[in-house]
Design a protein around this ligand. Structure first.
Ligand code: SF4
Length: 71
């Protein structure tokens, strides 16, 4: 599983980081999302999906590893 962020939509709530800091962080200057590891390990998939679902701006999405398609 792969995660993709649209930083144009991100408003820097850091909810993704709070829910899954292993995959998501926010940058120190703009406060926008940074993907720490785009290819999400199987053990973190549920946490990463929860974070994607809880982004209030719809700035995150899930794709298949290596393709970027919607899963
Ligand atoms: S939860 Fe969404 S809007 Fe907030 S920092 Fe993460 S990607 Fe950006």
């Amino acid at each position: 599983m792969r995660v993709i962020a649209n930083r144009d939509l991100c408003q820097g709530h850091a909810r993704c980081e709070d829910l899954c800091h292993e995959v998501f962080a926010t940058d120190a200057i703009e406060g926008k999302v940074v993907i720490v590891q785009a290819d999400v390990p199987t053990a973190l998939e549920d946490k990463a999906r929860l974070a994607v679902r809880n982004c209030p701006e719809g700035a995150l999405r899930v794709g298949r590893s290596g393709k970027g398609d919607d899963a």
